[in-house]
Design a protein around this ligand. Structure first.
Ligand SMILES: *[C@@H]1O[C@H](CO)[C@@H](O)[C@H](O)[C@H]1NC(C)=O
Ligand SMILES: *[C@@H]1O[C@H](CO)[C@@H](O)[C@H](O)[C@H]1NC(C)=O
Length: 358
C-alpha cells in the first residue's frame, strides 16, 4: 500500500535556489568521487566477505588474527556483525587519515565540539559513553541509561520520555573529566541508513509534531512554495512535501541543522572519537543485546521493544518517497550525507529513472 502524502502538491514547489545551494556542496568534487569509490569498493568487499564466511581469512598481519580470536571471546556478537564492525573500522581509519580531519575532540572547532559533547551520554556505573543519534532508537537507549543509573524503575515504564532529565551529557563535565572518560570508557553509537533516517524524521516531525510544523514547516512553505498565500502568518506548515523538505536540507548548513536531520557524522564525529562499537538500526535487537552484555548491564535490563505506534520505514515507502523527488535534487542531496553513507557502509540509493519506474 503506497503511503499517502499530506498533500499531493509536488508541483507547488518553488524554482531552484541553486546559487545558495552550490556553495554548500562539499569543497571538492574529487574528494567526493574518491569517497564514493571507496564506499562502493568497501561494500563489495563486505559482500564478498559475508558470502565467504567459511573461507579461511588471509594470513596478513596481526590485526586479522586479533580480530578472529577476539570474536571467539565475545560470543554476544555474531559473525556478520563482527564483519560489519571490521568494515566500518577500516573505512573510518582510511577516511579519517585525510589531512585536515580532526582526530581528537580537542581539535574540532568549538561549534563541532559543542554539538558532539551535547550528544554523548555518560554512564559512570558501567563506564560507557553513548553518542545518540535522533531517529536511531535514541529514546529507547535513553530509557536504558535511566534504568542503569537508577532513575527509572524499568525500561517499559509508560512515561513520556524526557530527553534531558536524569541524563548526564559529556558537555556537563569539565575538560579533565571528559578526557578521562573518552580515554577509559567503552564508547558506542548506533547508525541507520541515511535516507531512511531522513524520511523517518520527515514523517514524524512534519506529520505529527505541531511545534515542528509551526517552526520548520511554516518556514519551509514560505521559502519553497510559490503559491500566493494571502496572509503569511496563517501558514500552518503541516503539509510540507518531502521534496520541499529536501530543498530545505540542500540550503541548510550541516553544522547548524536541527539534530533530527543533521548528518550522523556531524553529531558523533567518528574521526575524533574512536568508537569501540558502531551498531546498526537495521540489526538493532542483536546489536543492542551485544552492547548491554559488553557494558555488563544486569540481566534484567533489556532493550525495550518498539513502541506500538511505531511506523517503520519500509523499502517500499523509501522507494516511493525518494522517487517522488526530482532526481536532480537527490543528486545534490547525496553529497551532503556522503560521509554517513561511506563511513558506515550504506549503499547509495538507486534513484535511476529505470528503478523509479517500477
Ligand atoms: C573497531 O575499532 C574499535 C576502536 O579502535 C575497537 O575497539 C574494536 O575492537 C574494533 N572492532 C573490530 C571488529 O575490529
Ligand atoms: C538501479 O535499478 C535499475 C532497475 O532495477 C537497475 O537496472 C540498475 O542497474 C540499478 N542501478 C544501480 C546502480 O544499482
Amino acid at each position: 500500500m503506497p503511503p499517502r502524502r499530506p498533500d499531493g502538491g509536488l508541483k507547488r514547489v518553488s524554482v531552484s535556489r541553486s546559487s545558495a545551494r552550490h556553495s554548500a556542496v562539499l569543497p571538492s568534487v574529487l574528494t567526493f568521487a574518491v569517497i564514493v569509490a571507496s564506499g562502493g569498493l568497501l561494500l563489495l568487499i563486505e559482500k564478498g566477505m559475508l558470502n565467504g564466511v567459511d573461507t579461511p581469512p588471509p594470513l596478513a598481519g596481526g590485526r586479522r588474527a586479533d580480530f578472529f580470536s577476539g570474536r571467539q571471546q565475545e560470543p554476544g556478537a555474531d559473525v556478520e556483525s563482527q564483519f560489519l564492525q571490521e568494515i566500518r573500522n577500516r573505512t573510518i581509519r582510511a577516511m579519517c587519515g585525510q589531512k585536515n580531519t580532526a582526530r581528537s575532540v580537542w581539535s574540532l572547532t568549538p561549534l563541532q565540539r559543542k554539538t558532539l559533547l551535547q550528544h554523548i551520554l555518560v554512564n559512570d556505573e558501567h563506564r560507557f559513553l553513548y553518542c545518540y543519534v535522533p531517529k536511531v532508537a535514541c529514546s529507547n537507549w535513553k530509557r536504558v541509561l535511566k534504568v542503569l543509573s537508577g532513575s527509572l524503575a524499568h525500561v517499559d515504564v509508560k512515561v513520556k520520555m524526557n530527553h534531558r532529565a536524569d541524563l548526564v551529557f559529556l558537555s556537563d563535565l569539565q575538560p579533565e573529566e571528559i578526557r578521562h572518560r573518552l580515554r577509559h570508557y567503552f564508547k558506542f553509537t548506533f547508525v541507520r541508513d541515511p535516507m531512511a533516517r531522513l524520511l523517518s524524521a520527515y514523517r514524524n516531525k512534519f506529520g505529527e509534531i505541531e511545534s515542528y510544523q509551526r517552526k520548520y514547516g511554516a518556514e519551509i512553505v514560505r521559502r519553497y512554495r510559490k503559491t500566493r498565500t494571502k496572509d503569511k502568518r496563517t501558514i500552518a506548515g503541516d503539509d510540507v512535501t518531502f521534496t520541499e523538505f529536501v530543498r530545505y536540507l540542500l540550503d541548510e548548513d550541516v553544522e547548524r541543522m536541527n539534530e533530527h536531520w543533521m548528518p550522523m557524522y556531524n553529531l558523533c564525529q567518528p574521526c575524533a572519537v574512536e568508537y569501540d562499537f558502531i551498531g546498526s538500526y537495521e540489526r538493532l535487537e542483536s546489536d543492542a543485546a551485544y552492547v548491554l552484555e559488553r557494558v555488563g548491564a544486569p540481566a534484567h535490563v533489556h532493550f525495550p521493544e518498539r513502541q506500538t505506534w511505531y511506523k517503520p520505514v519500509t523499502k517500499e515507502t523509501l522507494h516511493y518517497y525518494l522517487c517522488s523527488v526530482p532526481q536532480k535534487l537527490l543528486r545534490e542531496l547525496l553529497p551532503k550525507y556522503i560521509l554517513d553513507f561511506s563511513l558506515f557502509g550504506y549503499p547509495l540509493p538507486n534513484i535511476t529513472t529505470e528503478y523509479c519506474r517500477h
